[in-house]
Design a protein. Structure first.
Length: 385
């Protein structure tokens, strides 16, 4: 961020009584997935990690605060024990969304930042679409920003340039014609059972969201239609070469052998859909009872704005097909069923893709499970107010 942009950020927050963070230590608890995005490493061969180190140095120089990163393999236990003890040794959490942060959110242990004085989710360095998709009753508890953007873990269709003509498939995709049928005409998709749910999202499916007035579910009819679209993908390979596979953008970043495409459509007239792998995606959250939440919120916003200069470009630079990268991240989508994982919706879609005779019963079983879970979570959130 240049000096003019920084001055604008400072000016916008000046009226909000910016907290004094001189010599304040921002203690960040990370799981192993998140550590590189916050600890940084100025000696790394990976420019992304060097960018993180430069971002941290700039933040410390401009604000007078310091960043301290602690990493644990058992993130939930470490965070929950700290909260229950009342110690609040950690001011900020950085971890995999569904694997680590979802349980804390469901516990009512995370701060709602939707009305924060310092975190402006309308700013370009936040991923408001994902934050809104994962909101609970209007409250935003998980933060996706340039510091750790959930869309970097968007699922892409990856093709091997040794078997697929890059120019041909890129033009096809840019023209909006990358459908399941066209993909299979070029070569088969090598996929595992866990890939079915991302493809379901890519063809317009989802399951559960919440709004301020309650839960929102896809209808049984729409759910069935989306499952039918996924069923176009054959169980057995038809061609000689598995030219396509599914991976996240983070996994294929910098690998010159592979090209990226959006998830295939069912029909060329559809919009491209997307899927964020929240088991891998790193997001931020603030513990609800933190005694220094104002300082943390302020520094999160400064960190996110600086990350637009130091982190985001280093992540995006290795992608040769930049237009394709933009299509994939713009289409990125998720919902609370992916975050919370109740009832294993992924297995339901995979099973019904092969045999839809139980679709109606299983759909309503899952719907009832989510309604009950959301009711419990809502009570926890209210009790914590």
């Amino acid at each position: 961020m240049d000096s003019a942009a920084l001055a604008l950020v400072v000016a916008e927050t000046a009226a909000k009584e910016v907290p004094d963070v001189t010599d304040f230590v921002l203690n960040i608890l990370c799981d192993t997935n998140a550590e590189p995005f916050f600890a940084g490493d100025d000696t790394s061969a990976d420019e992304l990690y060097r960018g993180v180190a430069m971002r941290n140095a700039h933040l410390e120089s401009d604000t007078g605060a310091y960043i301290s990163v602690s990493t644990t393999a058992d993130f939930y236990t470490a965070a929950k024990n700290d909260i229950l003890s009342g110690s609040y040794l950690y001011d900020l959490y950085a971890a995999s969304a569904s694997d680590s942060l979802a349980r804390l959110m469901a516990d009512g242990s995370l701060l709602d930042v939707s009305n924060s004085d310092y975190i402006d989710t309308d700013a370009g360095y936040y991923d408001k679409k994902t934050m809104k998709s994962l909101s609970l009753y209007g409250g935003m508890y998980l933060i996706s920003s340039s510091a750790a953007d959930a869309r970097w873990w968007s699922t892409a269709t990856v093709y091997d340039t040794a078997f697929v003509n890059r120019d041909e498939v890129v033009l096809l995709a840019l023209d909006g014609g990358f459908t399941v049928g066209e993909m299979l005409a070029c070569g088969d998709l090598l996929y595992a059972r866990d890939d079915v749910y991302p493809l379901f999202f890519g063809m317009g499916g989802y399951f559960a969201r919440t709004a301020a007035d309650g839960c929102k579910f896809i209808s049984l009819s729409d759910f069935g239609d989306a499952v039918d679209k996924v069923s176009q993908i054959p169980e057995n390979n038809l061609a000689e070469t598995d030219a396509f596979a599914l991976h996240t953008l983070y996994e294929v970043r910098g690998n010159e052998r592979y090209g990226i495409l959006p998830l295939p459509k069912a029909d060329e007239y559809d919009e491209y859909g997307g899927y964020i792998d929240l088991e891998k995606a790193v997001m931020l959250a603030i513990p609800k009872g933190s005694p220094v939440k104002d300082k943390t919120e302020y520094l999160v916003d400064v960190m996110a704005s600086f990350s637009d200069e130091y982190v985001r470009p280093y992540f995006e630079a290795p992608f040769a097909d930049r237009e394709m990268y933009d299509i994939i991240t713009d289409a990125a989508n998720t919902d609370l069923s992916v975050l919370l994982g109740y009832g294993d919706l992924g297995s339901l879609v995979a099973d019904c893709m092969r045999d839809g005779t139980r679709l109606t019963l299983e759909y309503y079983n899952r719907k009832a499970l989510y309604e009950k879970a959301f009711d419990i979570i809502a009570k926890r959130l209210c009790l914590e107010e």
